[in-house]
Design a protein around this ligand. Sequence first.
Ligand code: PBG
Length: 328
Amino acid sequence: MSHYPALRLRRTRASAWSRRLHAETVLTPADLIWPLFVSEGADEEPIASLPGVSRWSIANIVARTREARDLGIPCIALFPNTPAHLRSDDGAEAFNRDNLMCRAVKAIKDAVPEVGVLTDVALDPYTSHGHDGLVDAAGYVLNDATADVLVRQALVQAEAGADIVAPSDMMDGRIGLIREGLEGAGHGNVQIMSYAAKYASGFYGPFRDAVGSRGLLKGDKKTYQMDPANAEEAIREVALDIAEGADSVMVKPGLPYLDIIVRVKAEFGVPVFAYQVSGEYAMIEAAAAAGAGDRDALVLETLMAFKRAGCSGVLTYHAAHAARLLGA
Ligand code: PBG
């Protein structure tokens, strides 16, 4: 009698203990970075296009950070909703050392110093035109002039206590300038997580609602964010950012760009993070609300996919929920 097939790959899948034993990838709360929105306004302002996500007052951001700590989430990412009267063409509020962002960072680091704080370096929450940098008369986003402002922004964030500054603007050369600025100002241990391969994506809509830039944005961001058609260019972007002093690199959005994550990890072996962005979060929530999929399963499966692709961690609005599911 034939014993074919000798190898049954279903054998190791037959019970829960065995599936656990053979898992090639693990997902834990330590893999998560929780993006949070801070505002000057009410204690909690729900964001309609991002159901389940709110903007929080500084006091509540501190509470969310305590929650992150208690759930085993190592790091939060902060984004401000700047009051309209403080937005300007030159986005100068970005380097006001007493701005909303800096006050939030200080409050968090005073109260919950054991949680890492990642700050976003880009001008879009501060400009009246919604772009990530300074624009000329024709509306073109100026590279070098913007990079100088980003250095000033990163420095006030570092002074406030940011542990990781994360430039999300896609200007050329800004990582080197920020690294030099941080070293020069005595912030040699502040990390830079570079949004190295950030695509001009349709998945950022709810985020722009959250920071209040959607209605303001003139045109699109295609002259600085990457073309979704390109992968070789992502490798070149990452190579530059590492050479300029980035400690880790990010690929953004997440799921549609898993191929980029795999290639970056294989090519450079550096810590790679994915940003499962607002539109991805909204898609999962919409699918779950429509009965098209189980929310918890979708959340855990997508996060595991990032780990399998080679990520060190994932920025996700589902972080707290996922950490709870993971039994923190
Ligand atoms: C902009 C920035 C964006 C996000 C993070 N930083 C949006 C954009 O480039 O317009 C998007 C994050 C998300 O969609 O969750 N500096």
